[in-house]
Structures are given as C-alpha cells and as structure tokens.
Write a protein that binds this ligand. Structure first.
Ligand code: VGL
Ligand code: ZN
Length: 204
C-alpha cells in the first residue's frame, strides 16, 4: 500500500513567514488534490523549543546562514521559526488535514536539528514514522511539501534507506534556495539515491 507524506507545510515556511519559501503557497491546492488519491496520509511538523540550537538568535554574534558545530555536526543557522505553539508553527489554514492518520513532530531536542520526518540530523532521534508506516503495511511513499532542499530531501533519502519505494512529487514541493542551485543539487542527490520523480497528475 502507498502513503502520502506531507512535509512541513507550516506558516513560517510560507510567504510572509519567518523562513519563507518562495512560491511555497502555490503547492497547497496541489497537495489538497493529491490527498484525494491516497487512503493513507501523514504529515510532519517542524516543532522547535524557543532555545533551539539551530536558531542564529541563540548564538551571540552569529548571523543567519553562518555555520556552527552543534553537538558534533555541521549546522547552518536559521532565523527563529516554527516555535512550539506559535502561529508560525501551525499548518496553513487552507491545507486539508481531515485525512491525516498522524502528525510526526521533529526538531524538539534543542541540541540537534531534524530535517527528515524519520530521524534527526545525528541519526539517533527517531520520530517513529518508519515503524508507523511499516505497521500499517505501507511499502511505497510519495513525498511533498517544504523545503525541497532540506526537510523534503532528507525525508526522501531516509525513506529510501528505510526500504520504501520512494517518490518525490515534483510539482508539490519548492526549495528555500539559501544558495543558488540548491534545488537542482537536491534533485540530483535524491535521484542518485534511488528516488523516483513524479508529477502529481501522474499518480494513480
Ligand atoms: C526546514 C530549515 C529548518 C524545512 C526546517 O522544513 O525544510 N528547513 N527547519
Ligand atoms: Zn527547523
């Protein structure tokens, strides 16, 4: 059976938000249409405490876009975003949520960032998504949402390494593109790892 994974379609990643993805709002009606084709839909939610180590504001003298070592791993610093309980952390109001079986929150440990919906960036913290999908007989996942070059990419890569046949829905994702070409680089990484690229209208 197949599942749809909707990654981080939250106000802070949409135009006007703290870490806005250009054209991020354009994928919302597409994702709503795609949901009609799935019996099994889950979502992920970036869900940081205020003191999260990925926020530039929590490192004096550091700016957004600079790198630090956080708990032994290279960490780019972000604007403060998706703080637990804030409006920015909420899903966009137009996104349909009725069909969702579960929401997997990530980024809750202040000492480690978490891009993938499956595991944190140290590969230790597990959201339980893989087990949840497998327990429900899911073998194939379709990934959409934000941002193509961070949370979507790492969710796709972990989906593959967890053994799921993994598809990226190309017209239902957008990149934050902190650096030029990040979108294209992420596409190559996902394809090289074995991801299949689909257009929403071609999903059966
Ligand atoms: C994301 C940067 C920081 C994402 C989350 O959802 O792609 N990007 N936190
Ligand atoms: Zn985040």
């Amino acid at each position: 059976m197949k599942a749809l994974i909707i990654v981080d379609v939250q106000n802070d990643f949409l135009p006007g938000g703290a870490l806005a993805v250009k054209e991020g709002d354009q994928i919302i009606p597409i994702i709503n249409q795609i949901q009609e084709k799935f019996d099994f839909v889950v979502a992920t939610q970036d869900w940081h405490p205020e003191d999260h180590g990925s926020f530039a504001a929590n490192h004096s003298g550091k700016e957004v876009g600079e790198f630090i070592i956080l708990n032994g791993v290279n960490q780019i610093l972000w604007p403060t975003h998706c703080v637990q309980g804030s409006l920015g952390a909420e899903f966009h109001k137009d996104l349909m949520t009725e069909k969702w079986k579960a929401v997997f929150q990530k980024g809750t440990n202040p000492l480690v960032d978490s891009y993938s919906g499956f595991f944190d960036n140290n590969n230790k913290g597990d959201t339980g998504l893989s087990k949840f999908l497998k327990n429900n007989g899911i073998e194939e996942v379709f990934v959409c949402g934000l941002a193509e070059d961070y949370c979507v990419k790492f969710t796709v890569l972990d989906g593959l390494s967890e053994g799921f046949k993994t598809h990226l829905i190309l017209d239902a994702t957008r990149a934050v593109n902190i650096y030029e070409n990040d979108f294209a680089k992420a596409m190559i990484e996902m394809k090289n790892a074995g991801a299949n690229i689909v257009h929403s209208t071609n999903i059966e």
